[in-house]
Write a protein that binds this ligand. Structure first.
Ligand SMILES: [Mg+2]
Length: 177
Protein backbone atom coordinates (compact mmCIF):
# COMPACT_ATOMS: atom_id res chain seq x y z
CA UNK A 1 0.00 0.00 0.00
CA UNK A 2 1.26 3.45 -0.86
CA UNK A 3 2.16 5.65 2.06
CA UNK A 4 0.23 8.85 2.66
CA UNK A 5 1.57 12.36 2.99
CA UNK A 6 -0.57 15.05 4.63
CA UNK A 7 0.56 18.28 3.01
CA UNK A 8 -0.24 21.72 4.38
CA UNK A 9 -0.94 24.64 2.05
CA UNK A 10 -0.17 28.03 3.62
CA UNK A 11 3.55 28.68 3.97
CA UNK A 12 4.29 25.22 2.56
CA UNK A 13 3.01 25.20 -1.04
CA UNK A 14 1.35 28.65 -0.99
CA UNK A 15 3.41 31.69 -0.03
CA UNK A 16 1.34 34.09 2.09
CA UNK A 17 4.27 36.31 3.05
CA UNK A 18 4.32 38.69 0.03
CA UNK A 19 0.70 39.70 0.57
CA UNK A 20 1.38 40.42 4.24
CA UNK A 21 4.39 42.51 3.28
CA UNK A 22 2.13 44.37 0.82
CA UNK A 23 -0.52 44.92 3.50
CA UNK A 24 2.09 46.19 5.94
CA UNK A 25 3.56 48.55 3.38
CA UNK A 26 0.11 49.87 2.44
CA UNK A 27 -0.63 50.62 6.10
CA UNK A 28 2.74 51.81 7.35
CA UNK A 29 4.40 53.05 4.15
CA UNK A 30 7.47 50.91 4.63
CA UNK A 31 8.60 47.59 3.15
CA UNK A 32 9.63 45.18 5.87
CA UNK A 33 13.00 43.51 5.55
CA UNK A 34 13.60 39.90 6.49
CA UNK A 35 15.20 40.87 9.82
CA UNK A 36 12.00 42.75 10.75
CA UNK A 37 9.74 39.69 10.60
CA UNK A 38 12.13 36.71 10.90
CA UNK A 39 11.25 34.83 14.09
CA UNK A 40 7.59 35.84 14.02
CA UNK A 41 4.49 36.44 11.92
CA UNK A 42 4.14 39.84 10.25
CA UNK A 43 0.97 40.43 12.28
CA UNK A 44 2.86 39.76 15.51
CA UNK A 45 4.82 42.97 14.98
CA UNK A 46 3.57 45.48 17.57
CA UNK A 47 0.94 47.70 16.01
CA UNK A 48 0.36 45.37 13.06
CA UNK A 49 -2.01 42.90 14.76
CA UNK A 50 -4.98 44.07 12.68
CA UNK A 51 -3.25 42.92 9.47
CA UNK A 52 -4.37 39.37 10.29
CA UNK A 53 -7.85 40.50 9.22
CA UNK A 54 -6.80 40.37 5.55
CA UNK A 55 -7.15 36.59 5.89
CA UNK A 56 -10.93 37.13 5.91
CA UNK A 57 -10.95 38.86 2.53
CA UNK A 58 -12.50 37.04 -0.39
CA UNK A 59 -9.67 36.47 -2.83
CA UNK A 60 -6.78 36.56 -0.34
CA UNK A 61 -5.98 32.87 -0.85
CA UNK A 62 -6.89 32.83 -4.54
CA UNK A 63 -3.75 34.32 -6.07
CA UNK A 64 -0.99 33.40 -3.64
CA UNK A 65 2.33 32.63 -5.31
CA UNK A 66 3.60 29.07 -5.25
CA UNK A 67 6.52 28.18 -3.03
CA UNK A 68 9.55 27.64 -5.19
CA UNK A 69 9.89 24.09 -6.61
CA UNK A 70 6.72 22.90 -4.85
CA UNK A 71 4.85 21.89 -8.02
CA UNK A 72 7.67 19.79 -9.43
CA UNK A 73 8.44 18.06 -6.15
CA UNK A 74 4.77 17.34 -5.38
CA UNK A 75 4.53 15.88 -8.88
CA UNK A 76 7.47 13.59 -8.12
CA UNK A 77 6.05 12.61 -4.72
CA UNK A 78 2.67 11.93 -6.32
CA UNK A 79 4.29 9.13 -8.33
CA UNK A 80 5.27 7.30 -5.13
CA UNK A 81 2.89 8.42 -2.39
CA UNK A 82 -0.75 9.36 -1.90
CA UNK A 83 -0.71 13.11 -1.40
CA UNK A 84 -3.48 14.74 0.63
CA UNK A 85 -3.68 18.51 0.86
CA UNK A 86 -4.61 19.04 4.51
CA UNK A 87 -5.36 22.65 5.29
CA UNK A 88 -7.12 24.53 8.05
CA UNK A 89 -9.83 26.40 6.16
CA UNK A 90 -12.61 26.91 8.70
CA UNK A 91 -11.58 30.03 10.57
CA UNK A 92 -11.87 32.12 7.41
CA UNK A 93 -14.96 31.04 5.47
CA UNK A 94 -13.92 32.77 2.25
CA UNK A 95 -10.71 30.76 2.19
CA UNK A 96 -12.57 27.54 1.36
CA UNK A 97 -13.52 28.39 -2.21
CA UNK A 98 -10.28 30.28 -2.86
CA UNK A 99 -8.13 27.39 -1.68
CA UNK A 100 -10.13 24.89 -3.73
CA UNK A 101 -9.76 26.96 -6.91
CA UNK A 102 -6.07 27.59 -6.22
CA UNK A 103 -5.37 23.86 -5.85
CA UNK A 104 -7.26 23.06 -9.07
CA UNK A 105 -5.14 25.66 -10.87
CA UNK A 106 -1.73 24.71 -9.51
CA UNK A 107 -2.03 21.00 -8.71
CA UNK A 108 -4.47 19.66 -11.34
CA UNK A 109 -2.84 16.23 -11.07
CA UNK A 110 -4.06 15.84 -7.46
CA UNK A 111 -7.69 14.70 -7.25
CA UNK A 112 -10.30 16.71 -5.31
CA UNK A 113 -10.76 13.48 -3.35
CA UNK A 114 -7.39 14.25 -1.79
CA UNK A 115 -8.39 17.69 -0.50
CA UNK A 116 -8.98 17.72 3.26
CA UNK A 117 -10.20 21.13 4.39
CA UNK A 118 -10.49 20.98 8.14
CA UNK A 119 -10.53 22.85 11.42
CA UNK A 120 -8.36 20.93 13.88
CA UNK A 121 -5.65 18.86 12.21
CA UNK A 122 -5.33 16.48 15.17
CA UNK A 123 -8.05 14.42 13.46
CA UNK A 124 -5.66 13.57 10.62
CA UNK A 125 -3.87 10.27 10.18
CA UNK A 126 -1.18 9.65 7.59
CA UNK A 127 2.37 8.37 7.40
CA UNK A 128 3.96 11.79 6.97
CA UNK A 129 2.87 15.37 7.58
CA UNK A 130 4.57 18.45 6.15
CA UNK A 131 3.49 21.57 8.02
CA UNK A 132 4.89 24.87 9.25
CA UNK A 133 3.02 24.81 12.59
CA UNK A 134 4.61 22.79 15.41
CA UNK A 135 1.20 22.38 17.08
CA UNK A 136 0.00 20.30 14.10
CA UNK A 137 3.07 18.09 14.22
CA UNK A 138 2.84 17.61 18.00
CA UNK A 139 -0.63 16.12 17.56
CA UNK A 140 0.39 13.97 14.58
CA UNK A 141 1.22 10.29 15.08
CA UNK A 142 3.24 9.73 11.88
CA UNK A 143 6.53 11.32 10.86
CA UNK A 144 6.31 15.10 10.97
CA UNK A 145 8.41 17.42 8.82
CA UNK A 146 8.58 21.06 9.87
CA UNK A 147 8.68 23.37 6.86
CA UNK A 148 10.69 26.44 7.78
CA UNK A 149 8.68 29.65 8.14
CA UNK A 150 9.46 32.95 9.86
CA UNK A 151 7.43 31.98 12.93
CA UNK A 152 9.03 28.55 13.58
CA UNK A 153 12.75 29.33 13.42
CA UNK A 154 13.30 28.49 17.13
CA UNK A 155 11.57 25.12 16.95
CA UNK A 156 13.82 22.06 17.20
CA UNK A 157 11.57 19.08 18.02
CA UNK A 158 11.04 17.98 14.42
CA UNK A 159 12.91 17.11 11.26
CA UNK A 160 13.22 20.46 9.51
CA UNK A 161 12.95 21.06 5.78
CA UNK A 162 13.98 24.52 4.62
CA UNK A 163 12.65 24.33 1.07
CA UNK A 164 11.12 21.95 -1.45
CA UNK A 165 14.44 20.56 -2.64
CA UNK A 166 15.06 19.38 0.93
CA UNK A 167 11.59 17.80 0.93
CA UNK A 168 12.50 16.01 -2.30
CA UNK A 169 15.79 14.78 -0.83
CA UNK A 170 14.14 13.60 2.38
CA UNK A 171 11.68 11.40 0.49
CA UNK A 172 14.32 10.15 -1.90
CA UNK A 173 16.26 8.99 1.14
CA UNK A 174 13.13 7.37 2.54
CA UNK A 175 12.93 5.35 -0.68
CA UNK A 176 16.58 4.37 -0.35
CA UNK A 177 17.81 6.53 -3.24
MG1 LIG B 1 0.65 26.35 7.08
Amino acid sequence: MRKRIALDMDEVVANVLPKFLDAYELTFGQRLQRADYWGKKVYDIPGAEHLREVLRDKGFFRDLPLMENSQEVVQELHEHYDIFFTTAAMEFRNSLEDKYDWLRDHFPFISWKNFVFCGDKSILRADYMIDDHPRNLVAFQGKGLLFTASHNTDENRFTRVNDWLEVRDFFRQERGL
